[in-house]
Design a protein around this ligand. Structure first.
Ligand code: ADP
Length: 694
């Protein structure tokens, strides 16, 4: 009871009252016309020199409106009569303060204010808490009628209403601020989204299509910086769009409020420098809260890759059709080389044996696999049994399972044609058969089809012929290998003797014989490999090694094995490059590339050999400056028994298996092999293998 009144002036609910007052955020705020106006009105009605509108917190009485006490903003609660006024609903009135023991000694009465009359009523909020007062003070004594009391209370109600209205405004503003904050946040989020989107986006405002926003991808297409375009109408920085149909489309979207989409539009809508690009174009109207169009968002999705992919698919399709035609009417023209005769015969046989062609289909979205009943027959399952993809894989010779799965996977992933030969064991009959499966990915997003399907046929007979032939070659080669090895040993011995004896003629002749033997050995090894590869017997001896070292070692081997004037120039290697592979087999590929330069590019004095890391692969290349290879021959160069047929090559010995074997070896290592050549300028053979650890 620490006050000048000698009585309790703090109501029981004071904490709640003060808490409630805080919400109004009115304490210690500047004067406001609405409150001043009511105070002035009261001063006029009651003809008093001092009118206060106060708000009372825990310790202070703050004057929100103050008429007659200039400069006083607040007084201590303990000394304020208003602190008494909030204790009662009715007006607190002192008409003769000097006679009132509670207040006669207050500074207000004794000090310069000279208070001789006081009438105050509480200002209640909606919840019924007395937040402060409206009070009248006079310097002379006066009476206060009940009518006056009623008017004062009415005025206090006005103050209450004003206080509530003020709170509503504050709350609205708070909500607005919060909303603005959220809006800003969502705008930032939107901007980030626009920036990071894998598509080109621009936001245009109004019918002049002023740029509000454009992400980096769009700026790149426009070939502009953000500062050049921001706030600029589209036509000012892209005058070439004048009269362009797409400008009309933009207008239409703006006017109708309906979005637009068109697919695979060629580059000119965009900018020069992207002539080969194709885009899916989308225009989306942007509407305000009254559903009126304020702008357009343009989105461009680069679909060049997909389109090229589809072109490849079409080419593939055409190839398949051609293959079919070959199947039924063996084209005379195709018959003139042994290679093509082989192919045609194979296709004819397949065609004649139509009964053993099965079809299969895998829906890539649902993963549902379906197969024709011929497939049951081929894989030895009961007719009527619904075979799964797993059923089929299980019947494949385990040595081939991974290979088949990998090729199928690659075909689905890259859209590459799927063609694979593999042996199986029939489920019921346990019969061993060779099958040929051909298929491809059908992926057309527009028609929403995505499946991998194809045909499988029985090629056991052809295969058995081939196996028999290969076995024979293998056997003969093997038989030749042993005597040749001892022959080489003897010759080397004789050669050394002749050198020692300084018998120049013999040593020369024996040196030549030795080289011929090395050639024969290479050939025989090739045949042995071939027969091994064909029957799937080839075993890779995988170890980690430095492939650049192998390249240098092979250069030495080639120099020893041939009397060539070729200079093999290794590109400086960038250090150790480890791969996990069969060292001998990879060496064989490099050896083949190098010796081919001697055979087919004899005038190329220099041959550049390089070994370097390209991304996740190590790439080896052998470049000569010889006659080159005709573009028409390039697709066939890695085929079995393929030899370029020209006057020059006719006189060079070879069977067209070196590059075929090289391809098989590289493919079995999950690598890639290819050639680039310009007739008359030279040829570069390449292969690449995954870096060890990948
Ligand atoms: P082979 O040498 O046994 O005939 P390859 O498979 O090694 O078989 O080569 C196939 C064909 O590719 C050769 O007959 C030749 O016409 C061509 N060829 C290979 N390398 C080169 C090269 N560096 N320059 C030109 N033609 C080449």
């Amino acid at each position: 009871m620490n006050n000048t009144f000698g009585m309790n002036t703090i109501p029981d609910n004071d904490n709640q009252r003060v808490g409630s007052l805080e919400k109004y955020q009115i304490f210690n705020t500047p004067a406001e016309p609405a409150f001043d106006h009511i105070a002035a009105l009261a001063a006029k009605i009651f003809q008093v020199p001092i009118v206060l509108i106060t708000f009372i917190n825990k310790d202070e009485v703050f004057f929100k409106a103050n008429i007659g006490l200039p400069g006083v903003k607040a007084v201590p609660r303990a000394e304020s009569i208003c602190a008494l006024s909030i204790l009662h609903q009715d007006p607190t009135v002192f008409t003769q303060p000097l006679l009132e023991p509670f207040i006669k000694d207050l500074p207000l009465v004794t000090g310069p204010v000279q208070l001789r009359f006081y009438a105050g009523v509480p200002i209640f909020n909606k919840a019924g808490n007395a937040l402060g007062t409206l009070c009248l003070i006079d310097r002379k004594e006066r009476t206060f009628s009940s009518t006056e009391a009623a008017i004062l209370q009415d005025l206090a109600t006005l103050v209450s209403n004003e206080t509530e209205a003020r709170l509503t405004i504050i709350q609205q503003k708070q909500r607005q601020d919060q909303f603005k904050g959220q809006l800003e946040e969502s705008e930032i989020r939107f901007q980030n989204l626009v920036e990071q989107a894998p598509i080109a986006i621009a936001v245009f405002q109004g019918l002049s299509f002023k740029v509000l926003q454009a992400n980096q991808k769009m700026l790149k297409l426009w070939n502009k910086e953000l500062d050049d375009v921001l706030g600029q109408p589209l036509l000012t920085f892209r005058p070439e769009m004048h009269g362009h149909p797409y400008l009309n489309v933009l207008h239409e979207v703006f006017v109708t409020g309906e979005s637009h989409a068109s697919y695979e539009i060629k580059g000119p809508v965009m900018i020069e420098g992207h002539p080969e690009s194709y885009y899916d174009v989308m225009y989306q109207p942007l509407k305000d809260d009254k559903n009126e169009v304020t702008g357009v968002m343009a989105m461009l999705i680069d679909v060049t890759e997909e389109r090229h992919g589809r072109q490849r698919e079409q080419e593939l399709n055409e190839e398949l059709i051609t293959a079919n035609e070959e199947l039924f009417a063996i084209n005379e023209e195709l018959m003139h080389t042994s290679q093509e005769r082989l192919k045609a015969e194979e296709l004819l046989r397949v065609a004649l044996d139509t009964a053993s062609i099965g079809t299969w289909h895998m829906d890539l979205d649902t993963r549902v696999f379906t197969a024709s009943s011929r497939m049951n027959e081929l894989f030895g399952f009961d007719t009527g049994y619904k075979i799964s993809e797993q059923d089929l894989i299980r019947q494949i010779d385990p040595a081939y399972q991974e290979h088949v799965k990998r090729l199928a996977f690659e075909s689905v992933r890259k859209g590459a044609p799927y063609r694979v030969e593999y042996p199986i064991i029939g489920f019921n009959d346990q019969k061993i058969k060779w099958l040929l499966a051909v298929g491809r990915l059908y992926d057309n997003p527009k028609q929403q089809v995505r499946h991998f399907s194809g045909v499988t046929m029985d090629i056991t007979e052809q295969k058995q012929d081939e196996i028999r032939k290969n076995d024979f070659i293998g056997m003969v080669s093997h038989e030749l290998k042993t005597p040749l090895t001892s022959l080489k040993g003897y010759i080397q011995m004789l050669h050394q003797k002749a050198v020692k004896k300084e018998d120049e003629y013999s040593s020369n002749a024996l040196g030549k014989v030795e080289k011929q033997i090395i050639k024969m050995q290479t050939l025989i090894n090739g045949f042995l490999n071939l027969s091994g590869l064909e029957t799937g017997k080839i075993k890779l001896n995988i170890k980690e090694f430095d492939i650049c070292q192998l390249v240098s070692d092979t250069i030495e081997d080639v120099k020893i094995g041939s009397s060539t004037a070729h200079e093999f120039i290794p590109e400086p290697s960038e250090g150790v490059m480890l791969v996990r592979a069969d060292r001998d087999k990879i060496g064989q590929v490099i050896y083949n590339f190098m010796t081919n330069t001697i055979k087919y590019a004899p005038l190329s004095k220099e041959v550049n050999v390089s070994c370097k890391q390209v991304g996740e692969h190590i790439q080896v290349s052998v470049k000569d400056y010889g006659i080159g290879i005709k573009p028409a021959d390039i697709p066939k160069i890695f085929d079995r028994f393929f030899r370029v047929d020209n006057l020059y090559t006719q006189h060079i010995s070879g069977f067209g298996i070196g590059l075929y074997l090289s391809k098989e070896i590289i493919q079995r290592h999950h690598g890639q092999i290819w050639v680039e050549s310009n007739p008359g300028e030279g040829t570069t053979f390449f292969f690449k293998l995954p870096v060890s650890g990948n």
